[in-house]
Ligand binder design. Structure first.
Ligand SMILES: Nc1ncnc2c1ncn2[C@@H]1O[C@H](COP(=O)(O)OP(=O)(O)OP(=O)(O)O)[C@@H](O)[C@H]1O
Ligand SMILES: [Mg+2]
Ligand SMILES: [Mg+2]
Length: 500
C-alpha cells in the first residue's frame, strides 16, 4: 500500500509536546463478522453462544481431505458492504493462504484474500461536531479495501489449572476485513469512523455490529509526526473491542510515541495490546511482515468470479443508507441537520422516527422522538430496542394534541404515564379526565376569578401589557393545565382590554 497524505495539517488537532506540536495519524483494520446463517466455507451454524465445539463441521476442524466450498450469501454480504462504502467491486478475486501456527487455527493457515480482494477503494464520510457555533465538519476517510477471510477459533485458558482448551465454534466464520487509509488525524475522528462504519453495516444488515460480542473489532494503527512531515513508523494495537477503548488507546499510544521521539529514540514497528484496566498499550510482539506469512493462492479454491448482473441486482436491493436518509430528512421534512443526524445515527432510531412521522408533521415527530423519547431512554439507561413507548403510542399522543383533545402540557404528563405504566393514550386521557377544556364558559369563569382575586396585577398589566402572560399562567394552573392555551390567552386579553 502506498501511503498518500490527503489531509491538510489542522492546528486544532495538534498534540502539544515538550518540544513543539505533533500530529497523530490513524488507520484502522476493522474485522466485521458477516451476518450469515452458515460459515464462509462450510455449512456449520454461526449462532452465537452455543455450547463449545457444537458448531463445528469437519471442514472447520480441518480434517484431512476436507475441501472448502464458498458460501454465496457471504459473497453477497461483502458486495453489499462494498456498495455501501461506495467502493469498487472486483468481479474477480482470489483466496490466499496466510500461514501461521496457533492452537485455535487447526488448518495451520487462514484462508484470506491478499493481492486481489473482493472490494477495492471506497470511502466513508464522518461528521464531527457540532461545535459551539452549531457547525458540523464532514471529513472523507478513504477505504483501501475490503476482503473476506475466515475467523479463527478461541483458546480458553481459564477452564483448567494446567491445560488450555480450544473452542472451534468461531472457526471458519466469515469476516470482512475493512482496511482504511491512514486518513484519520485524531482519536475523535477514529471514534467517529468506527461509529459510522458500524452504523453502515447495521443499515445494510451485513454485520450486527455488536462489539461486546466480538462481531466487530478494530486493529488500530497509530503513528505520530511533526505536522507536514512524512509518515512515521506505525504501531498496530490489536483487537480493540469498544469505541471508547479505541479513543483511549490512540490517546495513550500517541503520547507514548511522542515521549520516545522527544527523548531522541525511534519507534519500532510492533503489534501492541490495549489494557482497558490500566488504559495503556503494551508490546505483544514485533510486527510480522506480509512475507512472513508465506501467502500463496489457495489451490482448493477457484478464483471468485461474478458478473455485472450479480452486482446490479444487489445494488437495486440496497436499503437507504444513513447519509442519504439524513439528507432526505432535511430536504423533505425540513429538519435541522442536527436533528436529522441524531435520528439517523442508529438504524433502530431512524426506523422508530419514520414510524412516528408517517402521516404526521415531521418536525413535531422529530421533537418528540429526540427530546422526549431519547431523553427518557437516556435517563432510564435503556436503548431504543427496549423502549417502553412504541411508535404507535407516541404517534397517538401527537394525534391527540393535533385534534385539540389535550394541551401540549398535558401531553407531557400523558407521555410520562405511558412511559411508566404503558396503555392506550386515548383511553388514559378519557379515564383520567385529561381532556383539554375548550368550553369557553368554563375557561371564562376561571379567567374572571383570577382577575377578581388580583386587582394589583390588573393595574400592572395596564401599564405593561406583556404582563398578561402572568394571568394566562394562573388560569392554566387553576385548570390543571387542561385549558386550551390559545383560548385562555384570547380571553385574558379581551377581559383586560389589551389590543392584539
Ligand atoms: N504510518 C502509518 N500510521 C498510521 N497508520 C498507518 C500507517 N501506515 C499504514 N497505516 C494503516 O495501517 C493499516 C495497514 O493494514 P493492512 O491490512 O494493509 O496491513 P497489515 O497491518 O500490515 O497486515 P495484517 O492484516 O496482517 O495486520 C491500514 O489501515 C493503514 O491505513
Ligand atoms: Mg490487515
Ligand atoms: Mg494489521
Amino acid at each position: 500500500m502506498t501511503l498518500v497524505d490527503v489531509r491538510t495539517p489542522d492546528p486544532k488537532r495538534f498534540i502539544p509536546g515538550a518540544t513543539g506540536d505533533w500530529e497523530v495519524i490513524v488507520g484502522m483494520e476493522v474485522h466485521a463478522q458477516v451476518l450469515s446463517n452458515s460459515k464462509l466455507f462450510s455449512g456449520a451454524s454461526t449462532e452465537f453462544g452455543k455450547p463449545q465445539n457444537s458448531n463445528v463441521s469437519l471442514v472447520d476442524a480441518a480434517m484431512p481431505g476436507m475441501l472448502p466450498v464458498i458460501n454465496e450469501e457471504c459473497v453477497k454480504q461483502a458486495v453489499r458492504t462494498g456498495l455501501g462504502l461506495k467502493a469498487q467491486i472486483n468481479k474477480r478475486s482470489l483466496f490466499d493462504r496466510k500461514n501461521y501456527f496457533y492452537p485455535d487455527l487447526p488448518q495451520g493457515y487462514q484462508i484470506s484474500q491478499f493481492k486481489d480482494p473482493i472490494v477495492g477503494e471506497g470511502k466513508i464520510v464522518i461528521s464531527l461536531g457540532p461545535d459551539r457555533q452549531g457547525q458540523f465538519e464532514d471529513i472523507e476517510i478513504g477505504i483501501e479495501r475490503l476482503h473476506l477471510e475466515q475467523d479463527a477459533g478461541k483458546s480458553m485458558h481459564d477452564q483448567h489449572a494446567t491445560m488450555s482448551y480450544v473452542d472451534l465454534n468461531r472457526s471458519g466464520v466469515a469476516l470482512m476485513e475493512i482496511v482504511s487509509k491512514p486518513d484519520m488525524r485524531s482519536s475523535d475522528e477514529a471514534k467517529a469512523y468506527m461509529t459510522k462504519l458500524r452504523s453502515i453495516v447495521r443499515y445494510l444488515g451485513t454485520c450486527d455490529g455488536n462489539m461486546d460480542e466480538g462481531s466487530m473489532r478494530a486493529d488500530v494503527n497509530v503513528s505520530v509526526r511533526r505536522p507536514g512531515e512524512a509518515f512515521g513508523t506505525r504501531c498496530e494495537i490489536k483487537n480493540v473491542n469498544s469505541i471508547r477503548f479505541i479513543g483511549q488507546a490512540i490517546e495513550y499510544e500517541a503520547r507514548r510515541q511522542i515521549g520516545i521521539l522527544e527523548d531522541g529514540g525511534t519507534i519500532e514497528q510492533e503489534t501492541r495490546l490495549f489494557d482497558p484496566n490500566k488504559g495503556e498499550t503494551r508490546s505483544m510482539r514485533s510486527k510480522e511482515d506480509a512475507h512472513d506469512y508465506r501467502y500463496f493462492p489457495d489451490p482448493d479454491l477457484l478464483p471468485l468470479e461474478f458478473d455485472d448482473a450479480f452486482v446490479t441486482a444487489l445494488a437495486a436491493d440496497l436499503p437507504e443508507l444513513p447519509d442519504d436518509k439524513k439528507e432526505r430528512f432535511v430536504r423533505e421534512l425540513g429538519l435541522s441537520v442536527y436533528d436529522a443526524s441524531v435520528l439517523v445515527s442508529e438504524k433502530a432510531i431512524a426506523d422508530y422516527f419514520e414510524a412516528v412521522a408517517a402521516g404526521r408533521d415531521g418536525k413535531t415527530a422529530a421533537n418528540w422522538v429526540i427530546n422526549d423519547l431519547l431523553g427518557a431512554l437516556n435517563r432510564t439507561g435503556k436503548d431504543i430496542e427496549q423502549t417502553p413507548v412504541s411508535p404507535a403510542q407516541l404517534g397517538a399522543i401527537i394525534d391527540l394534541i393535533k385534534a385539540g383533545t389535550i394541551s401540549g402540557k398535558i401531553a407531557k404528563d400523558l407521555f410520562e404515564i405511558v412511559l411508566t405504566e404503558g396503555g392506550d393514550p386515548a383511553e388514559i386521557v378519557e379515564s383520567r379526565g385529561m381532556k383539554q377544556v375548550t368550553d369557553t364558559g368554563a375557561i371564562e369563569k376561571a379567567v374572571d376569578e383570577i382577575i377578581a382575586a388580583n386587582p394589583d396585577q390588573v393595574e400592572k398589566v395596564k401599564a405593561k401589557p406583556t404582563m398578561a402572560a402572568w394571568f394566562v399562567g394562573q388560569v392554566m394552573k387553576a385548570t390543571g393545565g387542561k385549558a386550551n392555551p390559545q383560548a385562555v390567552q384570547a380571553l385574558v386579553k379581551a377581559k383586560l382590554g389589551i389590543e392584539e
